[in-house]
Design a protein around this ligand. Structure first.
Ligand code: SF4
Ligand code: SF4
Length: 491
């Protein structure tokens, strides 16, 4: 199970309104902080026992900060240093949420764990855990949780926080979410998260190893630059599987080299059945995007898939699952085709919710895309797509010489942290836009009109990274919106 470092877990918790100890992320030295003392915590993926390894240090002065920060930043795989305020703590608690696979008498769900033995290891708190089971579709409310907590001044605050942890666990489909310790502050009795970690799904990765490429598959420790890129944005946006593994084999002479984005069982298995044993088709990569990942993440995944050298074709198949919005995925594919430096002909088989709308979008775009695209309905199985690859490539013609779209530069109008995206708004274009279709396209009402500026983020609402606003703006608005989705640099 890949683990998220503390600073990324904090971002997930904060997106659900869970209070965390105030802190800033420092990524270079020298740096300043608002006040002392602070605790510096090196952010190293998978690091355990950080205190004993010297990765957590109390700092009392600017001179000490200047001496210690460069050392922590230089540690192997350090992604930055979190400078967290020192707190006046009355009591330390423990909370965790873990995935429960269920049994013959209980459906799969979440298990919320709570203990008064905060700050301790698992042995110390094992006998004192309160456990609350809940369905993943309905995380427990603060009222329900309060009834299971001790009658203490901090009970209501702790119940709010635990409910937020359960929501975070469900929203991002995590396998483990731990806060250890939670701090009860002296004086006002507020409860907040001091340290935290999360683990997320990677079953597709383990199942995928060896499935298609046999002995030529990747082995531990030999990951490619693009695989590390996918790992990096999986950690910044963990909801939903994004599995990517490049083929280490060599194509047979004359084979068509296909870059793939396959979704879940409906896409991945059918493709593997269709190409198994054929040497005229060479899969450049294995892939699986499923579990309801955001369009932001689908876009980043497609950019990695399209960055493979020597691809002749991109092939996408939807999963057929109801919760994979094909319209959102269509927006992600369109965006990747606009913005990727590499352009190849594309075969797309949408399958799942709104697959007809997704195909209609591409039919509307026909002739304006930088790459030749052929779409298929879900009734067409991948074996028929595979059989038509050579004919499609012969008919496809050359890709358009139009250069890729780039972010407009400058400071974005606003940003979202999870899933991460920067929204650039061209106020002059928006002023001319009569219908403002971006606003109506947003399913969560995250966008609100700001007079003289254009769309802005509405307080209290959430962006799910569906890309519907940008697609609506380009299709029916005045092209005043650009969502910048960062592609991690990987050495
Ligand atoms: S649709 Fe585009 S151009 Fe029109 S208001 Fe929205 S962001 Fe601006
Ligand atoms: S602002 Fe709304 S429409 Fe745009 S990506 Fe976020 S949730 Fe989707």
């Amino acid at each position: 199970m890949p683990a998220l470092p503390e600073y990324l877990t904090r971002a997930l918790l904060e997106s659900e309104g869970v209070p965390v100890v105030p802190g800033v992320m420092l990524t270079s030295a020298p740096a300043t902080v608002a006040g002392f003392p602070v605790f510096l915590k090196a952010q190293i993926p998978g690091a355990t026992s950080r205190k004993s390894a010297g990765l957590v240090r109390r700092i009392d002065s600017p001179a000490e900060l200047g001496a210690v920060l460069p050392d922590l930043l230089s540690r192997d795989r350090c992604e930055g240093v979190l400078a967290a305020e020192a707190l006046d703590i009355e009591l330390e608690l423990y909370a965790g949420v873990v995935f429960d696979a269920g049994s013959s008498s209980a459906l799969p769900g979440g298990r919320l764990l709570f203990s008064l033995a905060g700050g301790s290891g698992i042995e110390a708190r094992a006998g004192s855990l309160t456990e609350i089971r809940f369905p993943l579709s309905s995380p427990p409310s603060p009222g329900t949780l309060a009834a299971s907590l001790p009658d203490a001044p901090w009970r209501a605050s702790a119940a709010d926080l635990l409910a937020g942890m359960a929501r975070t666990f469900c929203r991002y489909r995590l396998l483990v979410l731990e806060a250890n310790p939670l701090a009860v502050l002296r004086g006002d009795g507020r409860v907040l998260v001091v340290d935290c970690r999360a683990e997320f799904e990677d079953r597709a990765v383990r199942n995928g190893e060896e499935a298609l490429f046999g002995t030529a598959s990747a082995r531990a420790g030999d990951s490619t630059r693009l695989e590390r890129m996918v790992d990096a944005f999986n950690r910044s946006d963990p909801a939903g599987t994004a599995f990517f593994r490049q083929n280490r084999g060599a194509p047979a002479p004359g084979a068509v080299r296909v870059a793939t984005n396959l979704c879940g069982g409906g896409g991945k298995m059918l493709w593997e059945m269709a190409v198994g044993g054929r040497d005229d088709i060479f899969a450049l990569n294995e892939s699986d995007t499923s579990g309801g990942l955001s369009a932001f993440k689908s876009y980043r995944f497609l950019r990695a898939v399209l960055a493979q050298e020597d691809a002749d074709l991109l092939l996408f198949t939807g999963s057929g699952m109801a919760f994979q919005s094909q319209l959102n995925i269509a927006a992600a594919i369109w965006k990747a085709l606009r913005e990727s430096p590499c352009v190849v002909p594309v075969m797309v088989r949408f399958g799942g919710t709104d697959e007809d709308k997704a195909r209609a979008m591409f039919e509307r775009l026909s002739g304006s895309l930088r790459a030749p695209v052929r779409t298929y309905p879900s009734e067409v199985f991948p074996n028929a797509m595979v059989d038509s690859i050579r004919g499609f490539l012969e008919d496809a013609g050359a890709a358009s010489p139009v250069p890729p779209s780039c972010p407009p530069g400058g400071t974005p109008a606003f940003e979202v942290a999870v899933p991460p995206g920067r929204f650039h708004v061209d106020g002059a274009r928006c002023a001319e836009c009569r219908e403002r279709p971006c606003l109506g396209a947003c399913p969560t009402h995250f966008l609100a009109w700001a007079e003289g500026c254009g769309p802005a983020k509405a307080e209290g609402q959430r962006c799910t990274g569906c890309l519907m606003c940008e697609a609506a703006c380009l299709l029916d608005g005045s092209a005043g919106l650009f969502i910048e989705l960062e592609m991690p640099e990987v050495e």
